[in-house]
Design a protein. Sequence first.
Length: 89
Amino acid sequence: MIPCLSCDKPMPKLRLEKYGYKVCVECSQVGQYKAITTVNGDKDDTWNDIQFVSEEEFVEYNKNRENNGGKSETPKQGDDPSSNVPDKE
Ligand SMILES: [Zn+2]
């Protein structure tokens, strides 16, 4: 094994000698575009869509999905009654 030039993690020497990669698999994937499936619409009127996003956006997307408990729904705006409660004086 030889160290990856980018992250110093061990990677197969064969990867450099045979394929000419100086970085490991993880590092070589940076910058690649990912496809994510999004669900649009509401209730009975939904459709799936595929979006191509950058690696960074893909990570953000997955983070947001985890924060939403695995759901890919976008929060509705103006539907939160607590945000419209006037301040008490
Ligand atoms: Zn690496």
